[in-house]
Design a protein around this ligand. Sequence first.
Ligand SMILES: [Mg+2]
Ligand SMILES: [Zn+2]
Length: 218
Amino acid sequence: MPTLDLDLAETSVFFDFDGTLSTVDIGKHLLERLGPPEWRDIERRFVRGEISSRECVLDHWDMLPHDEALLRDVAREVPLDDGFGPLLHALRRARAEVTVVSDGFGFYVYELCAPFGVKVLTNEPDFTTGRLEFPHGDRCCACSSCGTCKQAPVKDARSRGRTTVLVGDGTSDAKAALLCDVVFAKAELGEWCRRSGVPFIQFESLADVADALVGARL
Ligand SMILES: [Mg+2]
Ligand SMILES: [Zn+2]
């Protein structure tokens, strides 16, 4: 993949977590392992645009046992893409800003990103009440229906004059993809970009993203 000509010191890179940094979507993995098969009906309604990402993640959360130890154990069955560490290192060396944005169950995103010390915006279950909380929702956003608003931090970066890059794979990345200067997409997000006429760079793993973003600087 040819290297993009970006000034990374002026660039903010937003990574989706599930299926982008993790090799498999951990939310779906939890639902597959611990939830009823009806979780797929909810997912289909979300992909078709019939329900919002917040409704989707809330309905899915209610389909899971709210047993923290069990959820964490099952989440740990999924490895991260081993290209993340080297890519993050190269981006930091080039003074790019890096943020992980995730509109899932949140708890495993904090846990798995902690060793990297990277900024995370996601939802957060309160395991004592069993409620899923939305500390990064944005009532002013155009979507008004996200759990974690992925558009809000992109708008913030743009208003600071930064070039914005999104790396994602899912329907919850679509609204941020509309705003970003460069979009790396695969799976559902790639299909959505194609249908919607949003230019994107197809990727399979983070090694492809590293090739295009940092190239020989890795
Ligand atoms: Mg994803
Ligand atoms: Zn939003």
